[in-house]
Write a protein that binds this ligand. Structure first.
Ligand SMILES: [Zn+2]
Length: 107
């Protein structure tokens, strides 16, 4: 990396990476919303173990992993295997839409 010319930095200046991290923490980051690397890994493993939609009679290949207890309600269950359900995209969308319509307390 070529060295940068000196730049004026106001007191309290932080590198962008750190600033972003703190900003994310303050507003509820991607990870607290449930979509960080840990989640993606767990999700992939879960889909491999549960390849079909959990909705009775559906039998479609699952593409989405749903949180039975919503992350909003139970952030502690975000990465808990027993709180997950495989769903096909159609059922997951339907569930998400319905849940959001009803006061956002699930989903
Ligand atoms: Zn389905």
């Amino acid at each position: 990396m070529p060295s940068r010319p000196p730049t004026f930095r106001p007191p309290g200046w932080k590198p962008p990476q750190q600033r972003r991290k703190e900003h994310d923490k303050a507003r509820g980051s991607a990870s607290s919303r449930g979509y960080d690397a840990d989640w993606r890994k767990l999700r992939a493993r879960f889909l491999k173990a549960n390849p079909l939609c959990c909705v009775t009679g559906c039998g479609e290949r699952a593409t989405d992993v749903d949180h039975e207890e919503s992350i909003r309600k139970r952030p502690d269950l975000r990465l808990v295997w027993s709180n997950l359900r495989s769903m096909c995209h159609r059922h997951h969308s339907a569930r998400t839409a319905r849940d959001q319509a009803f006061g956002r307390d699930r989903g």
